[in-house]
Design a protein around this ligand. Structure first.
Ligand code: PEP
Ligand code: MN
Length: 345
């Protein structure tokens, strides 16, 4: 249920509404917009009567939400949410350029790749320390040592970092190092994991599951938001289809589709969506043109030596060429790509 307050509603009246919701055994979430304050009410809607709430002074409208997601909805928060990762903004006209290797493989290599993508214009560094591999015999990631390397390299270049967390038991450990959690496609509906990252206040990059609908994705975001962590960034990374010449099928319509329904930023990941370096640039640009709030790309300086996802890695030079085009498109669309912190490198 969403309670829309009158523009002239006083602080005392707002407090009274919040107290009343608590008394009724529900959890209110307040959203103060430029001209309006809105309260989202979490709980079993069938047990909450709209009429008595409408009678409270200062309340303009009580909207029962039959949609399964509430806090993620546009109705709850009209303006685009802007999420700030250590000075790099995502959403509301700010584009995140996330780049780096699929997996952290060593400090020297990550340092080299990070330096190159930063120079090209990337503003967030990625790298997996815990890898969700299809085969248990494939490289599983460097674990905590990888997190330490990613932290050091990110700090060296003044780049915020994002890395995947695969298990609720890893959340505390990963939280000690990262600026943003990544929830991978395979874990989009790992609800215990979503609740656990929801209890932190660290931003969450939530990837769409390979067989998940847009509604499923928004429902998963709701799990995180319902725990009080409002910093969720959605990611379209392709869904399974009958097409076998690409790794997945990038659903570009998911970008405007999510944006119409939700205030959360959404970025695209053409690397996992296509699995093909020759298709990544076109799909990255298509994503930005469709309104995406950022692009996530895997870059490796020697793909044949990569321990994970080598065949889909973009070479640093190709990434730099693509960034020139993305910057041009961003300018045309009046979007900003925030620069990393200045550091002596
Ligand atoms: C990754 O980002 O390396 C990854 C495993 O992504 P996804 O969960 O989208 O497959
Ligand atoms: Mn990967």
């Amino acid at each position: 249920m969403i309670i829309v307050l009158k523009p002239e509603c006083t602080d005392d009246q707002i407090q009274h509404v919040l107290d009343r919701i608590h008394e009724l055994g529900f959890t209110p979430h307040i959203s103060r917009g430029v001209s309006r304050t809105i309260i989202g009410v979490i709980g079993d809607e069938s047990k909450l009567q709209a009429q008595p709430l409408k009678a409270i002074e200062g309340v303009e409208q009580v909207v029962p939400i039959m949609k399964a997601f509430k806090l993620a909805s546009r109705e709850f928060h009209h303006e685009d949410s802007i999420i700030d990762i250590k000075g790099i903004k995502i959403g509301g006209g700010h584009l995140a350029m996330i780049a780096g290797p699929c997996a952290i493989e060593g400090e020297e290599r990550l340092m080299r790749i990070a330096g190159l993508v930063r120079e090209a214009g990337a503003n967030i560094l990625r790298g997996g320390a815990f890898k969700p591999r299809t085969s248990p015999y494939s490289f599983q990631g460097m674990g905590e040592e990888g997190l330490q390397i990613l932290r050091r390299v990110g700090d060296h270049y003044g780049m915020p970092i994002v890395t995947e967390v695969m298990d609720p038991r890893q959340v505390d450990l990963v939280a000690r190092y990262t600026d943003m959690f990544q929830i991978g496609a395979r874990n989009m509906q790992n609800f215990d994991l979503l609740k656990e990252v929801g209890k932190t206040r660290i931003p969450v990059l939530l990837k769409r599951g390979m067989s998940a609908t847009v509604k499923d994705l928004l429902m998963s975001a709701e799990y995180v938001l319902a725990q009080g962590n409002l910093k969720v960034i959605l990611c379209e990374r392709g869904v399974r289809s009958f097409e076998d010449s690409t790794r997945n099928m990038m659903d570009i319509s998911a970008v405007p589709n999510c944006k119409l329904q939700s205030h959360l930023p959404i970025i695209v990941d053409p690397s996992h969506a296509t699995g093909r370096p020759d298709l990544i640039p076109a799909m990255a640009l298509a994503g930005v043109a469709a309104g995406a709030d950022g692009v996530h790309i895997e870059v490796h300086d020697c793909p044949e030596e990569a321990l994970s996802d080598g065949p889909q890695a973009l070479l640093p030079k190709a990434y730099a060429e693509l960034m020139v085009q993305i910057r041009g498109l961003a300018e045309l669309m009046h979007k900003t790509i925030d620069a990393c912190q200045e550091v002596a490198v």
